[in-house]
Design a protein around this ligand. Structure first.
Ligand code: G3H
Ligand code: 13P
Ligand code: ZN
Length: 311
């Protein structure tokens, strides 16, 4: 099955009260770990590439890795640009074989966010590429942009109909309390999501797919594994998985997960090297790291996304 855009995936996810996992990919082991899980559990998936990933691994390497995954994995797979910050970057990914792009104008003022998203939609749609935009501003670190909790702002539901109808975007990322990275809440803080905003957005945009960024749960097992093997991560708190599961039953059709994969991979490699200090063949530590990615994605499909057997 060739790469698909997100249209059909999201339609089914909306109707079926589940969400599609959007996992960030940076190298072969990550692509393999994610797609092995999706193949086994018969789950559709979005493989997403950030500008940083594209800089690190190069566009051609990443698209060819994903092409290989498509050959090996008989489930719907979309190749998505994560946090595109300009028309030119979106165009380059569309021209280079991506089936979905995010234009992230969340740092712009409202009207500029609209005109940029509209311009991307006008280029993407005739080429059968779907477009995600963002309204509201998440806290956290993504690429080189660090948004502090004070600068972050929840999505204003009163703007969503106007934004979607004037831009023509296919899905909308909203800010309801998730944030990027491993440090989403301060120690002692109780994780919370603004379900009232999600409900109001859902009411105003019937049958329209909503996206949650910054949706890693920062599973303590892996933070502990990192710290038990020479790491020095401060207390890290993520989004509780039951809240994400709740959101996936509502209008949320795409849940973005990167940090949980990073933690699983790094924890596993640190543990392996601590236990096997004389080993130096990268395959020896990358194989269990790839397995950790696979296990994490199986876990997310079963416990958070609900997309098992939805391929
Ligand atoms: O939201 C951002 C993703 O976690 C990607 O991170 O820009 O460091 O590749 P990155
Ligand atoms: P996390 O940092 O919570 O994994 O979020 C990833 C993300 O939103 C990618 O766009
Ligand atoms: Zn994001």
């Amino acid at each position: 099955m060739p790469l698909v855009n997100t249209r059909e995936m999201f339609k089914k996810a909306y109707e079926g009260n589940y969400a599609i996992g959007a996992f960030n990919v940076n190298n072969m082991e990550i692509v393999q770990g994610i797609t092995k899980a999706c193949k086994e559990l018969n789950a559709p998936v979005i493989l997403q590439v950030s500008a940083g990933a594209r800089k690190y691994a190069n566009h051609t390497y990443l698209t060819k890795l994903v092409e290989a995954a498509v050959i090996e994995t008989p489930v719907p797979i979309a190749l998505h640009l994560d946090h595109g910050d300009s028309f030119e970057l979106c165009k380059s990914c569309i021209d280079g074989g991506f089936t979905s792009v995010m234009i992230d104008g969340s740092s712009l003022d409202y009207e500029d966010n609209i005109s940029l998203a509209k311009k991307v939609v006008e280029y993407a749609h005739p080429r059968n590429v779907t477009v995600e935009a963002e309204l509201g501003k998440l806290a956290g670190i993504e690429d080189d942009v660090n948004v502090s909790a004070e600068e972050a702002s929840y999505t204003n539901p009163a703007q969503v109909e106007d934004f979607v109808s004037r831009t023509g975007v296919d899905s909308l990322a909203i800010a309801i309390g998730t944030s990027h990275g491993a440090y989403k809440f301060k120690p002692g803080q109780k994780p919370q999501l603004k379900f009232d905003i999600l409900k109001e957005v859902e009411r105003r945009l019937p049958n329209f797919p909503i996206v949650l960024h910054g949706a890693s749960s920062v599973i303590p097992e892996f933070v502990d594994m990192i710290n038990a093997n020479g790491g020095q991560m401060p207390d890290a708190i993520g989004i509780p998985e039951d809240m994400l599961r709740e959101a996936a039953k509502m209008a949320v059709c795409k849940i973005n997960i990167d940090s949980d994969l990073r933690l699983a991979m790094t924890g596993t490699i640190r543990k392996y090297l601590a236990e096997n200090p004389s080993h130096f063949d990268p395959r020896q530590y990358l194989a269990p790291a790839r397995e950790a990615i696979y296990n994490m994605v199986c876990h997310k499909i079963n416990k958070v996304l609900g997309c098992k057997d939805k391929a």
